[in-house]
Design a binder for this molecule. Structure first.
Ligand SMILES: Nc1ncnc2c1ncn2[C@@H]1O[C@H](COP(=O)(O)OP(=O)(O)OP(=O)(O)O)[C@@H](O)[C@H]1O
Length: 247
């Protein structure tokens, strides 16, 4: 695939909440095999855009194309099944399940009832342990998720997303609320996962993280992209400075 080919593309995507136009005709193409960053001032529509791509909310207009197929009105589950995994701004895990159980319920094939009955697929357990090891939290597999630190919960959420073997991973504020040492660990994990062939789209307010980690940065303002390019170019773009400074 060429450098500019894109498996995820949106065309004229729009969504209003009451009178607020949160996403306004956004046409965006991700770079395949790259770490794409999505930045923009507060309220510029980044989270809404994420939710539109992953089927959590439906657009008023426009389309989401994944690998050339229109997935605009597909359910979040179907979209995840097609190869798009995502994490949430406020980490989403099951607090009363153990770490390992959280990993197993992340796989659709393992039903909660079977899990509670002690029926576990050996292959899935091995895969779960593999991802927990990659995240460095394998020693916590029997702990209840609610007893993990917030940073460890974020790693668990990412590990659970990886159980579905997504080709494209969307991270919603991975650095939010985590300490600097863990941010470094998340950056190096994302780099490794990217080197293995996964494409990323990362929404993040931590500019150092975005500029240091991303290959391609898309800047939103008022619900649509106003600039994009490598971090060095975006950083110098007068339109971006204007959007952030609000002048
Ligand atoms: N469920 C909702 N109901 C009403 N308004 C909403 C809703 N979700 C988002 N909005 C509004 O839409 C606009 C875009 O919000 P969104 O959360 O997508 O922006 P954002 O760029 O992710 O912001 P932040 O960087 O602060 O997380 C904002 O004005 C917000 O108040």
């Amino acid at each position: 695939m060429s450098d500019t080919a894109s498996s995820l593309r949106t065309e004229g995507l729009s969504k209003s909440f009451g009178g607020v136009l949160a996403v306004d005709g956004a046409t965006v193409e991700l770079r395949d095999g790259k770490i794409n960053g999505l930045i923009g001032p507060n309220g510029s529509g980044k989270t809404t855009f994420f939710n539109l791509i992953t089927g959590m909310i439906k657009p008023d207009a426009g389309r989401v194309l994944y690998r050339g197929r229109d997935i605009t009105r597909h359910s979040p589950h179907r979209i995840a099944h097609a190869g798009l995994g995502r994490t949430f701004q406020l980490c989403r895990i099951f607090p009363r399940l153990t770490v390992l159980e959280n990993m197993l319920v992340a796989v659709r094939r393992t039903r909660l009832r079977e899990l509670l009955a002690g029926l576990r697929d050996k292959g899935e357990v091995e895969r779960a342990r593999h991802w927990l090891r990659r995240m460095g939290i394998e020693h916590l597999e029997d702990a209840e998720a609610r007893d993990l630190s917030y940073g460890q919960q974020k790693l668990l959420e990412l590990a659970a997303v990886l159980m579905a073997e997504p080709e494209l991973v969307l991270l919603d504020e991975p650095a939010g609320g985590v300490n600097p040492a863990l941010i470094d660990r998340i950056v190096s994990l994302v780099r490794d996962l990217n080197a293995e062939g996964r494409t990323f789209l990362v929404v993040e307010h931590n500019m150092d993280m975005v500029m240091g980690m991303c290959d391609h940065v898309i800047v939103f303002d008022r619900g649509a992209p106003i600039a994009e390019g490598p971090p060095s170019a975006v950083r110098e773009d007068p339109k971006v400075l204007e959007a952030y400074l609000g002048v």
